[in-house]
Each structure stands twice: as C-alpha cells, then as structure tokens.
Design a protein around this ligand. Structure first.
Ligand SMILES: Nc1ncnc2c1ncn2[C@@H]1O[C@H](COP(=O)(O)OP(=O)(O)OP(=O)(O)O)[C@@H](O)[C@H]1O
Length: 339
C-alpha cells in the first residue's frame, strides 16, 4: 500500500513534515526457546514523522505490546533496530529516554496524593527539565486540558476523565519528541473520551507533537490518527493513511430501498449474483444492503431489479469505517481474539 499521506496542518518552519522521528527496522522478538518459543514480532518495520499521529493496531496477540515495549527499551528484541530522534534505542537507552514519554497504564501512572501541578513538575524533573521553562509549558498544558482550576487539587479528588487528562498532561510534561499512549481513552465516558480525542488532535495539529497510540476503539483511531500500522501474527499487514485505507473500501456497499415487497425469484437472483444482506420489510417498501465484489457494479443490481419490476426508491452508499477495514485485513474484530 502507499506510504502515509498527511492531514493538512499549519506549517511549522522549525519542524519539516518529513523528518523521521521514529524508525523501527526489521524488529523481531522471540519469547522462550525450543518447542515453547513464541515469535511475537516477526520483522516489523515502520517509520513515524514528526507531528504525525500513528495508531498501532492489531488483534489480541498480534505483537503490539511487544513492539511498543521494544521501542521503549522495556523489552530487549531478538534482532532489528529502533532509532528515536536519530538515537539508537539499544545502544543508547539513556539518550533515547530524553526523547520519549509513555502512558502505558492509563491514569495509574500519576501520583494521586500529589496535586495536578506537582505531578507535571515531578515528571518534567525526571526528564531533567529546567523548572522555569517547564512552568510555562505546564500552564499551557493545564489550560489545554481544562485543568487550570484543578492545578492545586490532589489528583485523588478528580473524576476519572480528569485523572486520565492529568496522566496525559504528565506524559507530555517533559516535552519529549514522541509520546506513546496505550488505550488513552479506555474506561472514559463518552464525553471525556471525545474531549481527550479533540485535545490530542489539536496538540498534533498545533504543536506538531508526535504520537504513537494503540487502541481497540476504532472510532478513536479514525478521529485522532493520521496513519495506522496494522499488525497481525507479528507482521505489518497494512501501513497507510486512515483515509486511504478507508477509501479502498469506499462505494462498494450500498443500501437500497424498493417499492413494496421483493418477489422470492428476484431475491434469489440477487443473492446468487451479489452479497445481499440485512433484508428489512417496511410498511410500503423493502430495504436491503448489497456489497459488490471487485468486478461488479451497481448497474448489475439495478438490472436485476428492473427485470423483476421492482421500483427503486432510494440508493445510499454505505460509508465504510476503519472497523470494516480492520475486520477485512485481519479477519478479526478489534479487541476480539478471533477464537
Ligand atoms: N513475556 C512473554 N513471554 C512469552 N510469550 C509472550 C510474552 N509476552 C507476550 N507473549 C506472546 O507474544 C505474542 C504477542 O503478544 P503481545 O502482547 O505483544 O500482543 P498484543 O498485540 O499486544 O496483544 P494484546 O492486544 O492482547 O495486548 C502473544 O502470542 C503472546 O502470548
């Protein structure tokens, strides 16, 4: 598939769009040996540019966690290289630490007894940040996440959504080049999840932060990510811009409505020639969905209907979403183990 195309975002003179911040090359990881060996990651390569938001997706057991932990230096890969901001992660783990932040355990990575601001200061200090420079950055983050009024409250006192935002702000507090976010919206209510997605997108668009995230929620991925890397059985099976992936599937499925009922014969002909499902008999019409294989067009469907004297009332293209794409390329539902 084609390489990533990017969403439009304001030009940033200091950070060219094409600058590679993360390069993973032929990463492999085998756990155990002999008969018990598990090849968790099997030759994974991908790159992430500055300012890009990339989703690493895959069914359970696909190798996402192993890949991300290898990038972060928490797992030693069997072979392959990882470079972050030009620094080799395994030759120079300390050098790489300066460039990455990670939120791996949701809201649990913050100190609940400390205030919101103290958490940000603590995480910034871990990265050796100058306190004064960091303060301006933290004010901005607090504003952005609507946490300014809560800055001096203990995290413990906050709602789940606010805790999650503090966690994200703390991850960003060090001002690293890349942040890794594992299921950033997990467990949030709809409102908090929507707010977090919006803020993540804004941070990428306005401040060119680079984000690698994993999520089983395809809506989150579709709204926040520029690009997705889909893993299956330890290999990359898709690496493309979200809109290109979804575009491949476009206009192949339609919902049609015809007047009255559809005769058994016409139904049978349609079902033999096309993938037809979700028949619905409404008061004065019949509704159904048709998915076209590559060599079919909608005209073929219309011909069958005309032959059967069915009057067409309405045709709507069914917009595919990332969940459909995921299901198609992996054969499994996001979050499902396919068993
Ligand atoms: N420490 C380990 N020892 C042995 N096998 C492991 C270990 N960690 C992971 N595995 C195996 O490696 C494979 C990939 O696991 P990994 O956790 O990287 O996948 P994942 O895509 O993150 O899955 P999930 O979505 O369930 O977290 C799986 O078969 C898993 O059982």
């Amino acid at each position: 598939m084609s390489q990533a195309t990017q969403r439009e975002r304001p030009p940033d003179e200091s950070a060219p769009e094409s600058e590679t911040v993360l390069a993973v090359d032929d990463l492999r990881k085998t756990y155990g040996d002999g008969e018990d060996a598990v090849q968790a990651v099997d030759g994974v390569s991908f790159e992430v540019n500055r300012g890009e938001v990339v989703g690493v997706l895959g069914p359970n057991g696909a190798g996402k966690t192993t890949t991300i932990k290898s990038v972060l230096g928490l797992v030693v890969p069997s072979s392959g290289t990882v470079e972050i901001a030009g620094v080799d992660a395994h030759e120079n783990p300390r050098g790489v630490y300066k460039h990455v932040g990670a939120m791996l355990e949701g809201a649990r990575n913050t100190y609940w007894k400390l205030t919101v601001r103290e958490n940000l200061e603590f995480f910034a200090a871990l990265g050796g940040n100058d306190p004064e420079a960091a303060r301006a950055r933290h004010d901005k983050l607090l504003d952005r996440f609507n946490l300014a009024e809560k800055a001096d409250e203990a995290v413990n006192e906050l709602s789940r959504g606010q805790k999650q935002k503090v966690s994200l702000a703390a991850t960003l507090a060090r001002g690293t080049d890349v942040v890794f976010l594992d299921e950033p919206t997990l467990g949030l209510d709809v409102e908090a999840s929507v707010e977090l997605r919006r803020e993540l997108r804004r941070l990428a668009d306005e401040e060119s932060i680079t984000v690698v995230l994993s999520s089983h929620d395809m809506d989150v991925v579709e709204q926040v990510c520029d690009r997705v890397v889909i893993l299956s059985d330890g290999e990359v099976i898709a690496d493309d811009a979200v809109e290109d992936l979804v575009g491949v599937f476009e206009t192949q499925a339609y919902q049609l409505e015809v007047e009255g009922a559809v005769s058994e014969r016409a139904r049978d002909r349609l079902e033999r020639a096309f993938i037809v499902e979700n028949w619905e008999a409404l008061a004065d019409r019949t509704r159904f969905e048709v998915t076209l294989a590559d060599d079919h067009t909608l005209y073929g469907v219309l011909d069958v209907l005309r032959d059967a004297d069915c009057t067409l009332l309405d045709v709507d293209g069914l917009e595919p979403d990332l969940e459909d794409v995921f299901l198609d390329v992996t054969g499994r539902a996001p979050g499902g183990d396919g068993e």
